[in-house]
Every structure is written in C-alpha cells, then in structure tokens.
Design a binder for this molecule. Structure first.
Ligand code: NAP
Length: 296
C-alpha cells in the first residue's frame, strides 16, 4: 500500500514526486513514456521558467527527472489502464500489475486537439503533424501552414521559419491568443505570412499533402494554398478518460479542482494541465505538484 501513486511524469508529476520524496512518503510514480518531462519534451524554446532563460523543453524535462531521481524517486514505465479511486483504498491498474494506494496525484497531462477537417486523418504522418519540433526537419526548404493562434502555434511558426522556405500562419480570428512578444517576433519574420480570420476547410494531396483549402470567415471566400505540410496547433485535450464517472470533470474534460488541487473524491488530486485553471504553464504545473503533496 503506497501513500501516494503519481500518474504522469511531466513537470507536475515530477514536482509532486520531489515533494513526496522530501516528505518521506512511500510514493510510486507511473509514466507511460520512456523519458520523463511530458509535453515539454517537444518544446523548442523555454524562456519563461524562472532561472532558465536559455533552455529547451527537452533539457528542462531531463533536469526535472534528474532532480526527482537524485532524491530517490524511481519512476516505473507502465501505462495505467484503470483506476478505482472512490474508496479509502484506491486501485491503480497498469498493463502489468495492480497497485493500492491511499492517495492518487493525477498528472496525466493533455494531448493535441484535432482540427476535424477532411484530410487530417488521411495525411497524418504524411504531411500533417502536431509537433513542429519533432517533424519540422522533414520540411526543410518547403512551404508549410501552421493552424492556430495560441503560444504553441506562434512558437511553431517561428521554429519552422528557420527551416522552411515559407510559413503560412492561419488563425480563425484577427487577434492572436498567444503572448504579445511572440506575436511581435512572428510579425518581424519575413518568411511568415499571417492569414487571419481564416479557417481550414480541407487538407488535400495525393500520397502526401499538397494543399490546404481555407475559408475567409468574414467574406465566405475560399482559396487554396499550395503547401507541403500542415502543422496543427489548436490546443490540447486533457487526458482524463481514466477518471470519467468517478471524479467531477468540467464540460471540456478537465478535473474540477481548486488551487488546493483536490478533486471531488477524497484522496484524489489533479495537478498540471488536467486541472481546471486559468494559466497552464510549466511554473503552474510545478506549483500544483507541491501544493497537492502539502494537502496529503
Ligand atoms: P491555446 O492557448 O488553447 O490556443 C489554441 C488556439 O487554437 C487558439 O488560438 C484557438 O483559437 C485555436 N483553435 C482552437 N480550436 C480551433 C479550431 N477548431 N479551428 C481553428 N482554430 C482553433 O493552446 P496552445 O497554444 O496549445 O497552448 C496551450 C497552453 O500552453 C496555453 O495555456 C499556453 O499559454 C501554454 N503554453 C505556453 C508556452 C509558453 O509560455 N512559452 C508555450 C506553449 C504553450 P481562439 O483563439 O479563437 O480560441
């Protein structure tokens, strides 16, 4: 019987592991990926995490993991397939074993939201990508489109502009949701063309992507852009399916929990991007991990 099982080895889960280790709580950290760090592993540039002004997500993720390991945390690489969290003794079932624990810190993060247009599924991995830092190099010297208006879309456009001949940044409104500094940087780059008030209607091609059909939302007019790749960056969907029917989720699937990270069931804490909150950043994920352990 563990004191805590932490599910997920991103910044929130690793921070919880550090605090749990320092509190001498009997803790198990389960992570399905071979490498800890979660979503930040694919972030090209991180310049807003205090103390690290010149780093990338991979490096920071490794540092977080090393820190937890230095304090004796041994993450187990097992995917959780079922959770029973209602009673005092909670069960966490992986594809290999069943574990019992008094508390669960749920830090499973979020995945990429799909755009839901024709061609998206057909050309996934054949020109359609959700990760510019992973796949950008395949588009060296080519023309690509990035879809979205948040921090990720802006960062992806900047990253791809260094690799590609031309980048169209397509956003459905006329103002970007992402940080002003990123917008300014995007506007200053010659080979990025912003296409606002515009939605993607269809991704077309043969064996691989060849074009993107777009529609101006104000005029209804359609046009086709000749592109070799489409990078979709339209936000995230929380990985909370394992908690469905057990803890309260909001209409978008986030675990309803306040700043104390306590979910609607005793002994269950939601930390990082799975929790209802206004600011989803590394710093707030790390903070959640500490707060959750303090509440045990
Ligand atoms: P986000 O901030 O939720 O932005 C998603 C963008 O996609 C929005 O511009 C949204 O448009 C657009 N969108 C959503 N659904 C769409 C659809 N069906 N068709 C077309 N456009 C659609 O998501 P994110 O950029 O993935 O960022 C996630 C979180 O991580 C945010 O809190 C962000 O601040 C944080 N983050 C921070 C950093 C950093 O600080 N360096 C880096 C990366 C991510 P609308 O604007 O019209 O809603």
């Amino acid at each position: 019987m563990y004191d805590i099982i932490i599910i997920g080895g991103g910044p929130a889960g690793l921070s919880a592991a550090v605090y749990a280790a320092r509190a001498c709580l009997d803790t198990l950290l389960l992570e399905k990926q071979p490498m800890g760090g979660g979503q930040i592993l694919n972030t090209a540039e991180v310049d807003n995490y205090l103390g690290f002004f010149d780093t990338n997500g991979f490096e920071l993720g490794q540092k977080f993991t090393e820190h937890a390991q230095h304090l004796g945390v041994k993450p187990l690489m097992e995917e959780v397939v079922r959770i029973d969290c209602i009673g005092a003794v909670k069960k966490v079932v992986t594809e290999k074993q069943e574990y019992e624990t008094k508390n669960i810190i749920y830090a499973a993060g979020a995945g990429h939201r799909k755009l839901g247009v024709p061609g998206e599924e057909e050309f996934a991995g054949k020109g359609v990508s959700y990760c510019a830092t992973c796949d950008g190099a395949f588009f060296r010297g080519k023309t690509v489109a990035v879809i979205g208006g948040g921090d990720v879309a802006l960062e992806d456009a900047l990253f791809l502009a260094n690799v590609c001949r031309k980048v169209f940044l397509i956003h459905r409104r006329d103002t970007f949701r992402g940080a002003k500094t990123l917008v300014e940087r995007v506007n200053a780059v010659e080979n990025i063309e912003t296409v606002v008030d515009t939605v993607a209607k269809e991704i077309s091609g043969e064996d691989t992507v060849k074009g993107l059909v777009c529609m101006d939302v104000k005029t209804g007019g359609q046009k086709s852009l000749a592109v070799d790749g489409v990078f979709i960056a339209v936000g995230m969907v929380p990985h909370t399916q394992l908690l469905e029917g057990q803890v309260k989720l909001d209409q978008n699937g986030y675990v309803i929990a306040g700043e104390d990270c306590k979910a609607s069931v005793d002994g269950v804490f939601a930390v990082g991007d799975v929790r209802t909150k206004k600011v989803r950043q590394i710093v707030t994920a790390v903070s959640d991990g500490a707060v959750a352990v303090a509440g045990i």
